[in-house]
Design a binder for this molecule. Structure first.
Ligand code: NIG
Ligand code: FE
Length: 388
């Protein structure tokens, strides 16, 4: 195991609040990586001797992004649907069926090639931890296959058999819920850490969502929910009630929803790529932050509502249109994502955490929002290994 020091960092984001701010900034900093872990952080002038030395040249370093919400196991394309939306048509859950048909028809090799392509796109843009879901198979075999393939590439795997009612059982939703909570759950649970449900008109109502998440919990999966994306509904309060790690989207919130989030341990994960790509109203991050809610920012990368793998793009949107400061958005895309996955070993640059680091060709993390669309990520370490 070798050690490396990265010196001459203009701004280091540690997310260690004991350093005086939520981002735990250190100026003129250095980081020591030992094996796959962070061993030391501090002033560049005080950096200890190590086997290797990297000079950051006055650039900035932050924790690798933790993208806690994506849908990367799919085939096919929905350019036409996107084009129609940009000509004024609205987004509905129905478009998911197009991807379900293409995904069922694809080979394992095709699905895995897509998955690895999007993961490596994300890695090159600074994402070192990525959750991903099933949800485009909707049969026992196709959901199991999606999760099995996903688990080869990430530990953060989510069973989303309850994305929409399968087209095969469109006129018998109760039978589909029975499948999702029965045979499909049995086949999928061994490959997954999480269970998710799309709680929305046109997908699953509150009672169905509760039954699905409760069944998953009994099999050892922990809940998270697609909640309040397209309309007001019961998803957010159900998430808090069931101690879901995260309520995702949170676009349409009542005061009672915000109060519930503020009083619980559920993170609100905001996915501005979806509002961008569906021309929808932005989620109000300011309102959530002012109420004391923990907020995560993620891409929701999927072929329908948000076909971006770029966390920097989401940070820029959140700052420009959702009332977040650059510091808040960077925290939400790193420590916030880790909180949404209930992880303390990623999303921070503190001794003992995984050495997952993003080097920006900029003097500070603020440039992620200040220079939108510019490829600033010039280095990425994952588990102590430089991969970009
Ligand atoms: O998070 N909301 C549900 N699922 C995805 C969209 C899936 C699709 O349109 O293919 C989302 O936005
Ligand atoms: Fe999603």
């Amino acid at each position: 195991m070798s050690s490396t020091v990265i010196t001459n960092i203009a701004t280091l984001v540690t997310n260690d609040p004991s350093l005086g701010s939520p981002l735990g900034l250190i100026r003129d900093a250095a980081v020591v990586v030992d094996g796959d872990r962070i061993a030391w952080t501090g002033a560049s002038s005080k950096a200890p001797a190590t086997d290797n030395r990297v000079d950051a040249g006055g650039r900035s370093v932050l924790p690798g992004f933790v993208d806690s919400h994506s849908h990367l196991v799919f085939a096919g394309d929905r350019t036409e649907e996107f084009n129609a939306r940009m000509s004024g048509r609205g987004y509905t859950a129905g478009g998911i069926r197009t991807t379900v048909a293409a995904t069922r028809a694809a080979s394992d090799e095709e699905l895995e090639a897509g998955l690895t392509r999007y993961l490596s796109e994300a890695l090159s843009q600074g994402t070192t931890t990525m959750e991903t879901k099933s949800g485009y198979g909707l049969t026992v075999a196709d959901e199991e296959r999606a999760l099995r393939l996903a688990a080869r590439h990430t530990d953060e795997v989510t069973y989303l058999g309850a994305h929409i009612v399968s087209p095969d059982l469109a006129d018998d939703p109760a039978a589909y819920v029975a499948l999702v909570t029965g045979e499909m759950l049995d086949a999928c649970a061994p490959h997954a850490r999480w269970i998710d449900v799309f709680c929305e008109k046109g997908a699953f109502d509150g009672d169905q969502a509760r039954a699905i998440l409760t069944a998953g919990r009994a099999k050892g999966l922990h809940p998270r929910i697609h909640a309040n994306q397209l309309s007001y509904g019961p998803g957010v309060q159900l998430a808090v009630e069931l101690d879901a790690a995260s309520a995702d989207h949170c676009t349409h919130l009542t005061d009672a929803d915000v109060d519930a989030l503020a009083g619980g341990a559920t993170v609100a994960t905001l996915l501005p790529g979806a509002e961008f790509s569906t021309r929808a109203t932005w989620p109000d991050a300011r309102r959530l932050l002012d109420a004391g809610v923990t907020v995560a920012l993620s891409t929701d990368c999927n072929p329908g509502s948000s076909f971006t793998s770029s966390v920097p793009f989401c940070i820029a949107l959140a700052v420009r249109d959702m009332g977040m400061t650059p510091d808040e958005a960077v925290w939400s895309a790193t420590a916030g994502g880790a909180a949404a996955l209930r992880r303390t070993d990623v999303g921070r640059v503190t001794p003992g955490a995984y050495a997952d680091l993003t080097l920006l060709d900029a003097p500070s993390h603020v440039h992620l929002a200040y220079r939108p669309g510019v490829p600033l990520v010039s280095g990425v370490w994952r588990r102590g290994v430089r991969v970009v």
